[in-house]
Design a protein around this ligand. Structure first.
Ligand code: GTP
Ligand code: SPV
Ligand code: MN
Length: 595
């Protein structure tokens, strides 16, 4: 071990884990640039990292083809009673799950270094922040955690001898026997992967995967699954939401938090550059929001992360210039294609596609290829501080006051471009019934419609019926200071399968309408599904969109909505008596309005 650890709980945990996992060595990380460079040097030497030609200090990795995204089927919320995990989570008792996993953990770090990663979610030392310690046998995880979290010896100092932290145990599940040659991306087969959470003791155990949210345990595991359970107990919120600041031409600021499912547009909206003159958008966070009621009774949000782990395909100067500028240097890329010029490429990047590249599976790719050059869930890891429109207040410990909540998803049909909730309870009804077509962010089928309440189905660390009640309770506490709630869908398609709405920077037009609704200046019409803009109610100046398309985007198809009812009822039924009565009332009122 390279340094001595003073914290008693950490010391005994390190001893316990090393006895179980039997690593070759133990290394306490300090988050320094020297450490980052040294680990990257090791990975360059063994061929798992590839330097990029035109991006200083940036590297590309290719994962094993079986380890390319989160594994929801292998993700567990382990509580004593199954009712506390609820019907949307995989469950086992802690004893049962720990027994299975201990079997896998035994000797799993043989031939590898066990890295101890002290990190803070939220600014180090801030009262809202949480300290985690990840133990991992993956140097790729260490360098990603350098970017995604605040990793520093100050975290250990802050812990002192008796401070508490959230233990996050991670192994890729690929021990090396004497003389065995390592592969570029070691991991365990899918059926041996476990992403486990023990919310009753704030504990995370992950085994078998090295990718994203399965392995960078500060993100989905700590900041969402464990934090959501803590937040409910303590009366705050941990949500799968971007946070942005919008400033109107008169200089008035609005803060917006938006929950869209994975790969449904959070990073893009978070740093969107408005196409309407005079409006300004700044990014506070692109994936997770922790929100508490402030002294003035309003809801304040912080971004607990330190970087972006963003979807690469579709990212371009055309769609998301601020992301493109964020990844010019000091960034990690995973599962992209590499051009003959030694640069990353992915589907949807600006300019002409390369004539030849090496694809994410390390095979030759040409324009004639019928497969994707980059994996659809290829990702970049970049420091948030490199975003040109990162908000000055993004690290403010007290957070920013939220005016607007947006829910949404990817729906090629039925759901209009935007609607406003009729009330807080109606907003919770919209969030709790949100549905979206599945994406490549999870291993499983893509394009299937599923209910993903508040974009939290994969991330809620307790019974989702109780989670709905928590939203209702928060609304009661916030009362007249509660944010206004909206529902959006950027993804409605025409009969040819083309997106009707241009999206990206033009989404500012929708945000503008929301701000005007907050100020009480925008006209609107009430429909059975909520409040919609009038046909000419959106700012469409300079927008090349036919009035037929606009009509279709705002069309409320009551027949189609009636056809949704059985599925909403089925969805609510799974919660049994944990479904809040007030949502039953909302469903009944919705039916009545549809007639
Ligand atoms: P996670 O990181 O998985 O939580 O995803 P995310 O919600 O941050 O999604 P992201 O912004 O990365 O977008 C995912 C994909 O949707 C990308 O390929 C984007 O180009 C595309 N996308 C984002 N916003 C829009 C939009 O307004 N319109 C259209 N058509 N596509 C969009
Ligand atoms: C998501 O899937 O919502 C992500 C990517 O943000 S991951 O960190 O892998 O969960
Ligand atoms: Mn996400």
């Amino acid at each position: 071990m390279n340094v001595t650890v003073n914290n008693a709980k950490l010391n005994s945990w390190i001893k316990e884990v090393s006895a179980l996992c039997q690593p070759e060595d133990i290394y306490i990380c300090d988050g320094s640039k020297e450490e980052y460079d040294r680990l990257m040097g090791i990975m360059l030497a063994n061929g798992s990292a590839l330097p990029l030609a035109n991006r200083p200090n940036s590297f590309h990795f290719r994962s094993d083809p079986s380890d390319v995204a989160r594994v929801e089927d292998r993700t567990y919320i382990s509580t004593t009673s199954q009712d506390d995990a609820g019907p949307t989570n995989n469950w086992m008792t802690p004893d049962e799950l720990k027994n299975i996993m201990k079997g896998f953990y035994k000797g799993c770090m043989k031939g590898r270094v066990m890295y101890v990663i002290p990190f803070s979610m939220g600014p180090i030392g801030s009262p809202i922040s949480k300290i985690g310690i990840e133990i991992s046998d993956s140097p790729y995880v260490v360098v990603n955690m350098h970017i995604m979290t605040r990793m520093s010896p100050r975290v250990l100092e802050l812990l002192g001898s008796d401070g508490d932290f959230i233990p996050c145990l991670h192994s890729i599940g690929a021990p090396l026997q004497e003389g065995q040659k390592d592969v570029k991306w070691p991991c365990a087969p899918i059926e041996d992967k476990y992403i486990s959470h023990f919310p009753e003791e704030n504990l995370i155990w992950s085994y078998g995967s090295g990718y994203g949210g399965n392995a960078l345990l500060g993100k989905k595991c700590l900041a969402l699954r464990i934090a959501s359970a803590i937040a409910r107990r303590e009366g705050w919120m941990a949500e799968h939401m971007l946070i942005l600041r919008l400033t109107n031409p008169e200089g008035k600021q609005y803060h917006i938090a938006a929950a869209f499912p994975s790969a449904c547009g959070k990073t893009n909206l978070a740093m969107m550059q408005p196409s309407i003159p005079g409006w300004k958008c700044e990014c506070v966070g692109d994936d997770i929001a922790w929100m508490k009621i402030g002294p003035d009774g309003r809801l304040y949000a912080i971004n607990p992360e330190n970087g972006f782990f963003g979807v690469a395909p579709g990212t371009s100067y055309e769609t998301n210039p601020m992301a493109m500028d964020s990844i010019k240097e000091n960034s990690i890329f995973t599962n992209c294609a590499i051009t003959d010029a030694g640069e990353v490429w992915w589907e949807g990047m600006d300019g002409e596609p390369p004539v030849h590249a090496i694809d994410w599976k390390e095979k030759d790719w040409t324009l004639a290829s019928t497969t994707d050059a980059a994996h659809p869930n290829a990702r970049f890891t970049a420091p948030a501080s490199q975003c040109p429109v990162i908000c000055d207040d993004w690290e403010k410990p007290e957070g920013v006051p939220i005016d607007i909540f947006i829910f949404g998803g990817r729906r090629s049909t039925v759901v209009p471009l935007v609607s406003e909730a009729l009330s807080w309870d109606h907003g919770v009804f919209l969030g709790s019934t949100a549905a979206s077509e599945t994406t490549a962010a999870n291993i499983g089928s893509v394009g299937n419609l599923r209910r993903d309440p508040f974009a939290m189905k994969p991330f809620c660390g307790y019974n989702m019926g109780d989670y709905f009640q928590h939203w209702l309770d928060m609304g009661d506490k916030l009362a007249d200071k509660a944010p206004k709630m909206f529902y959006v869908n950027w993804f409605r398609k025409d009969s040819d399968g083309k997106f009707l709405w241009p999206g990206f920077s033009d989404n500012s037009r929708i945000l503008k309408w929301m701000c005007e609704r907050v100020d009480g200046t925008a006209a609107a019409v009430e429909t059975p599904i909520g409040i919609l803009p009038q046909e000419d109610g959106l700012d469409t100046d300079g927008l090349d969109l036919s009035s037929d398309d606009m009509k279709e985007l705002l069309r409320v198809d009551t027949d189609a909505w009636r056809q949704e009812l059985p599925d909403i009822e089925k969805h609510f039924a799974i919660f049994g008596d944990r479904l809040p009565e007030r949502l039953r009332v909302q469903l009944q009122e919705f039916k009545n309005r549809l007639g």
